[in-house]
Design a protein around this ligand. Structure first.
Ligand code: FMN
Length: 185
């Protein structure tokens, strides 16, 4: 399987990239035969969703060349780890826009959550669970939520044994659900 670690925050000085990079290295170190790649939203050239045809009705064909390219990127993955902060008790708007641009590309694929924030970004994940289910993704039970108190030192991400353990639980379920989904596809 090819699995994307999708970093969804784009702020200057964001923590998302550091956490995503750490997760990528942990996942690659599993040596489980799967391919893991970083998809950093800041490196994607996307527009706001302005398409007249709602993505749910576009069936993967878009008039906008940027969306077509984004569609190709997401289609190429079999599963995802969403690296998401919590913004105002929910998901980051930029990440949600990137998500909303597509539909069939996400469908039927497993997604695990790696969240962070004052209380671990749990409220963002709660919202993500509804969002991804709406397009037919398979949200995993396991979730890795990193609070500033437990997993940051001097406001810098400071992974520890527990952090790795939480991510490993997500990875194990992701691979298991992904393999099952591939067999049933
Ligand atoms: C617009 C905005 C709203 C935020 N709202 C919350 C919030 O509701 N709960 C929380 O725990 N942290 C909140 N935070 C703090 C973020 O979780 C923290 O800044 C985190 O580092 C953001 O991720 P990033 O650095 O990758 O952008 C907010 C930050 C921003 C920029």
């Amino acid at each position: 399987m090819k699995i994307a670690v999708f970093v969804g925050s784009i702020r200057n000085g964001r923590h998302g990239r550091t956490i995503g990079q750490w997760a990528l290295e942990q996942l690659q170190a599993r040596g489980d035969g799967n391919t893991y790649e970083l998809v950093d939203l800041i490196e994607q050239d996307l527009d706001q969703l302005t398409a007249a045809v709602p993505p749910a009705m576009a069936n993967g064909t878009y008039d906008e060349t940027k969306t077509t390219s984004w569609s190709g990127t997401i289609t190429s993955f079999d599963g995802f780890v969403f690296v998401t902060p919590e913004y105002n008790a929910s998901v980051p708007g930029t990440m949600k826009n990137a998500f909303d641009l597509l539909k069939v590309e996400w469908e039927g694929k497993p997604v695990g959550f790696l969240s962070y924030g004052a209380a671990g970004g749990v409220r963002a994940v709660n919202h993500w669970r509804d969002i991804v289910a709406n397009v037919g993704m398979l949200p995993l039970d396991a979730q890795a939520s990193f609070s500033f108190e437990d997993h940051f030192v001097d406001f810098q991400f400071a992974p520890n044994e527990k952090t790795a353990e939480l991510l490993e639980a997500v990875a194990a379920e992701l691979v298991q659900v992904g393999e099952k989904a591939t067999v049933n596809a």
